[in-house]
Design a protein. Structure first.
Length: 317
């Protein structure tokens, strides 16, 4: 009887172990793993995505995540709306533009905020030709800077795609450029004598936003919850050991590791959905001629992040 009970307990243990292992296989196996495509432009602001991918946090959540490389946040939003991606990372400017156009996007969270990411690659601006990337935070920051500095009508604005703007300045087509850190660092080799930098911390706090299409939210909500959980795990990984995260972000962006380390403190890598983002989006809409109202809240998909960690959602909805 004792022997029989021992075998019975052993069999139960084997069954429980098999079920547990089977559960892991079902969660992480290729047959059931959910696939998501995210449009991303090799920005330092996307650190949480790079770390979640490298550390296996997406896989732990039963996800297969593909990075669709694009030029900037504007083209990431275009890829999302063209159904080439399920998710997109962009600044608040393309997101506000999509909202103004009534596009079917839903904002899931911010993944990074900074008030020091955009710089002007020249010190004396009056009378200069200044390049900017249209419909991005490059343009928005430049507009604010011109207003704040009393330069309205005193400079010539030249629209240039972000992947060509530094080369255009090196070739003498423009005298200065409104760019974000990744663009400037990538083009630094074009200027062996260095650049004059004008920064205005506090003038504009930009957010790096994770957006999805409405149909993705409606049909793949569970996958989006898992995605946010993986990003939260990546956030904790960065907090625990940033020195381990820095080479991962350097590899993800193609920026030299030493440069990534030197700019690291300018970024805040954290998941949230707060009132500051809502106010920023409202400001963009008003400047573009829109009249933001209560319907704006419909673009903030707060329930997904709230399910992951309700303390990260502080927007008044």
């Amino acid at each position: 009887m004792i022997v029989w009970r021992s075998w019975k307990l052993l069999l139960a243990s084997i069954l429980i172990t098999a079920l547990a292992v089977g559960g892991v296989i079902l969660l992480r196996g290729p047959g059931v793993r959910q696939h998501l495509v995210i449009a991303e432009s090799r920005q330092m602001m996307s650190a949480l995505i790079f770390v979640a991918q490298a550390d296996g946090h997406f896989a732990d959540q039963g996800l297969s995540v593909e990075l669709l490389r694009v030029a900037n946040g504007k083209t990431a939003m275009e890829a999302l709306l063209d159904r080439r991606a399920d998710l997109a990372l962009s600044s608040d400017v393309p997101a506000a533009g999509a909202m103004l156009g009534g596009k079917p996007i839903r904002i899931l969270s911010t993944v990074q905020t900074s008030d020091r990411d955009i710089v002007i690659a020249s010190a004396a601006l009056a009378g200069k030709r200044i390049g900017f990337s249209p419909d991005t935070n490059s343009q928005h920051f430049l507009d604010l800077l011109i207003m704040q500095s009393g330069l309205t009508g005193k400079v010539t604005l030249v629209p240039i795609d972000s992947d060509r703007i530094m080369q255009a300045m090196a070739d003498g087509q423009i005298d200065a450029a409104s760019v974000w850190t990744t663009v400037r660092v990538a083009g630094a080799a074009l200027f062996p004598k260095g650049l004059d930098l004008l920064t205005m911390p506090g003038l504009y706090t930009g957010s790096w936003i994770l957006s999805a299409r409405r149909d993705v939210v409606e049909t793949r909500r569970d996958a989006l919850v898992r995605f946010e959980r993986a990003l939260l795990a990546a956030e904790w990984s960065i907090l625990k050991d940033r020195e381990r995260a820095i080479p991962i972000v350097a590899a993800g962006t193609g920026i030299d590791e030493a440069l990534v380390r030197s700019y690291w403190e300018s970024y805040g890598f954290t998941l949230r959905l707060d009132q500051a983002l809502l106010l920023s989006l409202e400001g963009h809409l008003r400047r573009a001629g829109g009249s933001p109202g209560p319907e704006m809240l419909g673009y903030l998909q707060s329930d997904i992040l709230r399910e992951v960690d309700p303390t990260r959602v502080t927007v008044l909805d």
